[in-house]
Structure formats: C-alpha cells, structure tokens
Design a binder for this molecule. Structure first.
Ligand code: C2E
Ligand code: CA
Ligand code: CA
Length: 658
C-alpha cells in the first residue's frame, strides 16, 4: 500500500460498522465537554485582549463559536432514533473535517491576538493554544484521525510561530508542547488500538451470543412446534394447559379443552400416499386456524389429532356449538393434486371444574373424544355428568384389566356357525368373556375396546387363543373355531409373531381360524397382510368380520388373503324390512361367489330373516336362531345332538349361556 493511501486511510473513518458505531457513541458523550471547554477558554482569551479590534475580539470568535454550536446541534440531533452504522460514518467523517477547520480557525485567531497584548497576554495565547489543544485531543481520543488532525493543525502553526518569534522562552514552550502532545499521541494510539480490539471482541461476543440465541430459539421451536403444520406440539400444549388451568383457578374462571381426531386418516395415507396425507393435515390445521378466536390456543397432539384450549364461554351449549363448527370444518372435501379427499373429524370437549388439574381436564376431553369416535363419528360431544359416571367406571375397568390374571379371569364361549348346504355346524366363533373378581361379569362390548385402547388386548387375544386351541383339540376334526383378532394385534409384529407361535405349537392340522375387521387392517395393510400370510401358511383361514360397516370394503377384499366374509348383523336385522340391506346382501353373496370364498351371515334371530337370507343365496349362518354363545361342555352336547340328527330349530335350547 502506498504511503499516500496509508495516510488517507489513517485519517479516514474505518470501514468496520461495529467500530464506527462504538466510536460515535463514545464521542457523542464528549461533544458537550469538548466544545464547552473550547468556547469558555476562547472567551477568556478574548477577555485578556481588550485592546484587540472588535473583529478579533468579537466577530471572529463569534463565528467560530457559531460553528461549534452547530456541531453540538448536529451531534445532539443524531441521538434521535439511535446511531446506526451509516449515520455514525457520516458524523465521524464530518468530525474529521470540522476538527481540521476549527483547529486552524481557532489557532489562527489566537495567534492573530498575539500582537495586541503584553508579555503576559502573549503567554496566555501560548498557554491557551497548548492547553486547549491537549484538552481537545483528549476528548477526541476515540477518533484517531480527528485527534491527530487537531494536534497537527495546532502544533504546526504554534511551533512555527513561536520558534520564529525569536523569544527563547516561547521557543522552549513550543518544544515542551511538541514533546507532551507527541507523548499524548502515542498513548492515544495505543488506547485507540485497545478500543478497536475491545469493540471487535465485543462484536464477536455479540455474534456468538446471537448464534447461541438462534440455536436455542431453533431448539425451542423444534421441541415445541410441530414441523408439518407449524402449530404448537403436544409438549407445548401440556405446558400451556398447565398455565391456563392455574390461571383459571386463580381467577375463579373456567377453561375448556377440545380435541379433534380425524377419522380414518390412515386410509388417506394408504390411498394417496404420505405426501398428500401431509398436505391434508396442513389444510386441516389451516381450517382450524381460521376458526379460532384470539384467546384460543391450538396445537397438534399427534398424527391425526388436534387440540384447543378455550377460554371464555364454556357452558355446554357454547362448547357444543364450538365442536359443531370444528367438525363441520372438516366436511368440505380436500382438493389435492392426486384426487379429492373426504374426511370427517370427531370432537370431544370438556370444561374445567374448580380444583381440576391439567391431567384431569385433558383426561375428560380425551375420554369424550374416544366416545365420539365410537358413538358419534364425525360429530362433536361435550363431556356431561353421564360421561363422568362412565369415565369413572372405565377407569376402574382399566385398572382391573391391567391387574387382571387374564388366563384365569377370561374364559371363552363358542357360537355355532351352521352350514345350510351341509346341514350341520361346521364351526364356532370364539367369544371372550371376562369375569373380574372386582367388577363381576363385564361385556366384551365394554372391555374389548378398552383393552384395545390400553394395549392389553394382545394378552387377551393370546389367552383366548390358548383356550381355543385347547378346546379345538377336543372337538371332532370336522369342526373349526374362529378367533377374533384386534387392530392392535394386526398392527404389531410382536403380537402377530406370538399368535403364530401359539398356533404352530398346537401342531397340525390347524383348525383355528381368525376374524379380522376392515378398521383393524386399515392402519398398515401391508404389515397386516404379512402377519395374515404367516397364519395362512400354518393352516388357518381368515374371515373379514363386520363386512359392510367399514369404509372401503372392496379395496380390502381384493388386498387381503381372505377365505370368507362375514356380513354384519345390522344388515341381517333389516333383511326383511329394508330393500337397501337386501341389495347389499345380494351383492355381497355374488361377490363371494365370484371370488370363490364363503359368506357367513351374523346375528340371525328369526325364521323370517333366515328365509330371506336363503332366498338371497346365503349358505353359512350364525345367530341366536342357531345357537347362543355356549361353553365347551354345551358345544360337545351340541355336536353330539346334531350327529343324532337334531334339527336346527332345536338348537335354541342351548341359548341359555351368553
Ligand atoms: P363380533 O365379532 O361381531 O361377535 C359377534 C357378536 O354378536 C357376539 O357378541 C355375539 O354374542 C353376538 N351375536 C351373535 N349372534 C347374535 C344374534 O343373533 N343377535 C344378537 N343381537 N347378537 C348376536 P359378544 O360376544 O358380546 O361380542 C361382541 C364383540 O366383542 C364381538 O363382535 C367382537 O368384536 C368382540 N369380541 C368378542 N370376543 C373377542 C375376542 O376374543 N377378541 C376380540 N378382539 N374381540 C372380541
Ligand atoms: Ca367376530
Ligand atoms: Ca361380527
């Protein structure tokens, strides 16, 4: 770098924005002191030279003072809105020039007073220039260029003037001043360097702090925000609920929790793929977002479940209205690139009560959502006193289920499946019964869904299967048993392996079949298929249970390795009265015929139903008309009776067990 360039750079304002800002801030604090000192000293100097003409005594210092006051005003104004880097650069650039001009101006003015005073007054001129320049350099210590400019613009005329005055005392004075200012400049340069380093390290520290803050913000976001929808996640929701319930308790107000679970969302992923599934979830979040009031907190709790914390009106009617709006918002179709998606959402809402914890409130909303999913799919339910009673019973039941000795407490009943063509019972459905020492007999309609929800179902399935295999070994070889599998079993590789192991251990030929429902295979049809093929390889057959009540029946019929379809009881119940049910039954019979699989009718209770079904081409019948679920001993009697030629009408005498 050339010497001129280096010189220019020395006086120029640095490029570093942090340094420039720090310089401007530090100097802005010295501005009043700098100009104040300069002006007061100048007034005093003018006062010691009364013989000087007015131009020198009044007008020139007046003009210089006006410039000083302008500079003070410029700096004063600069504080409005903070000193940005660009503003600082402009101010500091102006200060270097102002320093040069004012130094020359004041030095020339002071020297021009020299002829108008005696020796003392002349000494005052020298003292004024020396001491004021030292003071100014000191005030400009954060601005290397301006400070050096002052030193040079005063020292050069000062030394030249006094050296040329021929007075040895003034010559010595000039020498003293050069020495002191020289020393002062060395200290000032060192300080300036340290100041630069300090600013740089502070800026570095601030950058690191900002980076740390950014990372911690990012961590916070990752830990608290659902990345797909941008909504708060479960963790955030839990914390927020805790805060909201404490606030409600302190203010004696109420809050409510609403849960919205999308029904059968998994089938969207199955049919359209996960990317479309994600887009649908984003749209769901958007729709909920447009409905929410400012005081409502919305979160995504899990794959297809959302939750809201509602403050404000929490009476039953308001909550029902809120739930209705939520579920209605899910009904309009979702237009996706790959096709139109239809969804429903079931919602459960619960209001807080005094003394509630976040857990108890959430538990209520969770429970009523579960009820909505089962009993009011696609609609909203508000937690009421009836639910409170059910919930406490459910919790007691859950506890009893968890602590139950299932092998002892669960037993099985068998319900005949009568083949019309062969005119005999060819199999029995195995139905679980739970006799709890605490709760007494509990219906499977109650405990099976609970066990599914809590994961205990796999243990129940195994207990039922073990008993069914044992019974099967004692029955004639022409009779098969069919055991119900749950969604939880089909979705778990471990559970399916356990089931396969039990079947395998029982030895061949296997005469135990399995019933699955469409909803159960919905989760992951490929995984369900894998487990079912293993059972098939062991000699079991697979029946699709409750056919017609699921959602995309035909899709599953094609994809699964089925041997039979069981038409749901609800169609059979209406076969004599409802043409639609009859049409569905007829189509299903044809479908089974085409696929070469058998068709079983469930829940036949009357001769009229049986006749109607026979007319439609039904072959295998199950229902109270053919026999209620019965114990193993009764089954043995039933088979013996049949082999003695008993007719099906008489089978009703076994209908006492249930
Ligand atoms: P499901 O698999 O559809 O079983 C048939 C249900 O219909 C049985 O009720 C049976 O008693 C009843 N049923 C049979 N014939 C008639 C009839 O003519 N009229 C009427 N009204 N009902 C009839 P159950 O035993 O109460 O079982 C209810 C449900 O509980 C079963 O429905 C099944 O989903 C589940 N379940 C029962 N045992 C097990 C099991 O071991 N494992 C699993 N996962 N679920 C089971
Ligand atoms: Ca069944
Ligand atoms: Ca069924």
């Amino acid at each position: 770098m050339s010497a001129t360039k280096r010189l220019v750079q020395f006086f120029a304002v640095p490029d570093d924005p942090d340094l420039v800002q720090a310089q401007a801030q530090a100097f802005s604090r010295q501005v009043p002191l700098l100009y104040g000192m300069l002006l007061v000293n100048s007034v005093v100097l003018a006062a010691t030279h009364p013989t000087a003409p007015d131009l020198l005594r009044l007008y020139v210092p007046g003009l210089l003072a006006a410039i000083c006051v302008t500079r003070i005003a410029v700096w004063w104004r600069s504080r409005d809105g903070g000193i940005t880097a660009a503003k600082a650069k402009r101010l500091l650039g102006g200060t270097v020039w102002a320093a040069a001009l004012l130094s020359i101006g004041f030095a020339a003015w002071a020297l021009s007073l020299y002829p108008y005073g005696g020796p003392y007054a002349q000494s005052h001129v020298a003292f004024y220039m020396g001491i004021t320049s030292i003071g100014c350099v000191f005030c400009l210590m954060h601005l290397r260029g301006a400070a050096t400019m002052v030193a040079l613009c005063v020292l050069i005329p000062f030394t030249t003037f006094f050296a040329a005055s021929g007075n040895p005392i003034f010559g010595a004075l000039a020498f003293n001043l050069v020495l002191v200012v020289g020393g002062l400049m060395i200290i000032l340069f060192n300080n300036y360097r340290d100041f630069g380093d300090l600013v740089a390290s502070r800026a570095e520290m601030a950058r690191k702090q900002a980076e740390t803050q950014r990372l911690s913000d990012e961590n916070y976001r990752l830990a608290n925000v659902d990345s797909l929808t941008g909504l708060p996640n479960r963790r955030f929701f839990d914390r927020q609920l805790q805060v909201a319930i404490e606030k409600a308790e302190a203010e004696h107000t109420q809050i409510a929790v609403a849960r919205l679970d999308l029904d059968n969302f998994k089938s969207v992923n199955d049919i359209f793929g996960q990317i479309t599934g994600d887009r649908v979830l984003e749209e769901v979040a958007r729709r909920i977002g447009t409905l929410r009031r400012p005081s409502t907190f919305v979160a995504r709790l899990g794959a297809n479940s959302f939750a809201l914390i509602i403050s404000g009106a929490t009476d039953e009617a308001s909550l029902q209205a809120c739930g209705d709006v939520l579920t209605a918002a899910m009904r309009p179709s979702f237009e996706m690139k790959l096709g139109t998606v239809h969804l429903t959402g079931s919602a459960g809402l619960a209001a807080s009560k005094p003394g509630d914890t976040a857990d108890t409130l959430f538990d209520r909303a969770d429970y009523v959502t579960w009820v909505a999913k089962r009993e009011a799919r696609g609609r909203a339910l508000v937690f009421t006193a009836r639910h409170a009673e059910d919930l406490s019973r459910v919790r007691r039941m859950e506890h009893a289920l968890h602590t139950a000795n299932l092998d002892e407490e669960v037993h099985i009943l068998l319900q005949p499946q009568f083949d019309i063509a062969l005119n005999r019972t060819t199999g029995y459905e195995v139905l679980a019964r739970w006799r709890s020492p605490v709760l007494g007999d509990v219906s499977p309609v109650e405990f099976i869904p609970l066990a599914e929800r809590t994961g205990v179902i796999s243990k129940i399935t195994q207990a039922v299967l073990r008993k069914a295999l044992a019974v099967s070994a004692r029955l004639p070889k022409t009779v098969r048993l069919s055991v119900n599998l749950s969604a939880h079993d089909l979705g778990s590789t471990t559970a399916m392996e356990g089931i396969a192991r039990l079947v395998e251990q029982a030895g061949k030929p296997c005469r135990v079949d399995f019933e699955i429902t469409e909803t159960a295979v919905m989760g992951d049809i490929a995984q369900a298929n894998e487990g079912l093929l293993t059972l098939l390889a062991l000699g079991s057959r697979i029946a699709l249970d409750d056919f017609g009540t699921g959602h995309s029946s035909l899709t599953h019929v094609q994809k699964l390795p089925l041997d039979r379809i069981k038409v749901d009881r609800s169609f059979v119940a209406e076969v004599t009265s409802d043409p639609t049910s009859r049409a569905i039954i007829k189509t299903t019979v044809d479908l089974c015929r085409n696929l070469g699989i058998s068709c079983v009718f469930e829940g036949i209770e009357t001769e009229q139903q049986l006749d109607a079904l026979l007319g439609l081409g039904g072959t295998v019948m199950q229902g109270y008309l053919f026999g209620r679920p019965m114990s193993e001993d009764k089954v043995l009697e039933h088979i013996a009776g049949e082999s003695r030629g008993w007719q099906r009408q008489r089978s009703q005498m076994f209908g006492t067990a249930s």
